[in-house]
Structure formats: structure tokens, C-alpha cells
Design a protein around this ligand. Structure first.
Ligand code: ZN
Length: 191
């Protein structure tokens, strides 16, 4: 917990903790670096979670309306994010059990490692590098809309992370990138 003092100062004191999953994505450390680091991404919208700074929600309905060049006013998309009548916002589940039930309903296998098959544009990340699923608690703050199972929020930052793979590189990299507690949980083999 002594890592907390290096979290982004912008996290609100009134943040709430919720549960969610991420994927750990391999990325070049920076534009001029050949180092590979792991950063968090959302499964649902392929959003990237920036290290050491908050993620701010955007409304994809708004973006889609812009792409289709339709009037935002007519379609009612010109709103703050999250909006009660939309489904935008950064999602977090109320409890770990709710998250587990949600994933079970999606037939999602938490313990399944996955493989990045695409090379990055500069060719630094070799094809087929392994990534994995990560779950944990997330700080949510700003505008928050509460639902039965959880929340949609304006701002978010990871609070603690559990790497679902026997991979110390991924855990160390996430710890260094996000400055939060990271532990490893080796998934039980499922037959
Ligand atoms: Zn929206």
C-alpha cells in the first residue's frame, strides 16, 4: 500500500472501488525505445489505459454519430460522459462475485492466456508474444452512474491488479508502469 503515494495526484478522495478485467498488452516503451512494456487495455472497446494518469471516458455513440456525420443534437448524443440514457463510461462491477458471474455468463475463461499476433508498426514487438488477462480493483471518480451490478464512471485508474498467468515479466512491468500493487495468480488448469 505504500505505492499509493506515487499514484496520480488527480485521483479523487471520493473515488469508489469497483472490480473489472483488463488485458495486458505488449507495447514499445516509447517512440525511441526498443524496450517492451506491458500496459492495460479494455477488452470491450479496445481502450488503452494510460500509466500514471487517469483514463477519461469518452462516448463512443458520440464518436459514431460524428463518423456518420449526423446531427448530434437530433440524436441526443451531445452529452456529458457518462450519461444516464446512454451506455458510455468506464465500467466497474460492484463486487468480485458480480464480476465473476458476469464473466461466467459470457463464457469467458479468465485463465486463458492470449497471444498478440500482430507486430507493431515499427517491428519492435515480435509476433506471438504472450499477453494475459488481468483483474483487480479500479478507482472510479468524477461523474458516476450507479446500476444494479456496478458503475459507469467519468475517470478511472487501476487500484490493484492480479495477473492471471505465471509470468513475472508482465507483473513487474505492470507494477512499474502503473505504480500499484500487482500479484500473480496462476490459473488452475481447466479440463
Ligand atoms: Zn454516451
Amino acid at each position: 500500500m505504500n505505492d499509493l503515494n506515487v499514484l496520480p495526484a488527480e485521483i479523487s478522495e471520493e473515488s469508489i472501488l469497483a472490480w473489472r478485467i483488463w488485458k495486458a498488452d505488449a507495447e514499445p516503451r516509447g517512440i525511441t525505445s526498443n524496450d517492451i512494456v506491458y500496459r492495460l487495455g479494455s477488452f470491450a472497446k479496445w481502450a488503452k489505459w494510460p500509466p500514471k494518469t487517469k483514463l477519461e471516458a469518452r462516448c463512443l455513440a458520440l464518436r459514431s454519430a460524428k463518423d456518420r456525420n449526423v446531427s448530434l443534437v437530433v440524436e441526443g448524443f451531445n452529452h456529458e460522459v457518462p450519461d444516464a440514457l446512454c451506455n458510455c463510461g468506464i465500467y466497474g462491477m460492484r463486487t468480485k462475485e458480480v464480476l465473476a458471474n458476469y464473466l461466467a455468463n459470457k463464457e469467458y475463461n479468465l485463465g486463458h492466456p492470449w497471444t498478440v499476433v500482430q507486430q507493431d508498426s515499427r517491428g519492435i514487438i515480435p509476433p506471438k508474444i504472450m499477453g494475459c488477462t488481468v483483474f483487480g480493483r479500479v478507482s472510479l471518480w468524477g461523474e458516476i452512474i450507479e446500476g444494479e451490478d456496478g458503475y459507469r464512471a467519468q475517470y478511472a485508474y487501476p487500484y490493484d491488479l492480479t495477473v492471471l498467468a505465471d509470468d513475472k515479466r508482465i507483473a513487474a512491468s505492470l507494477r512499474e508502469q502503473y505504480q500499484v500493487d500487482v500479484r500473480i495468480e496462476i490459473p488452475q488448469a481447466q479440463h
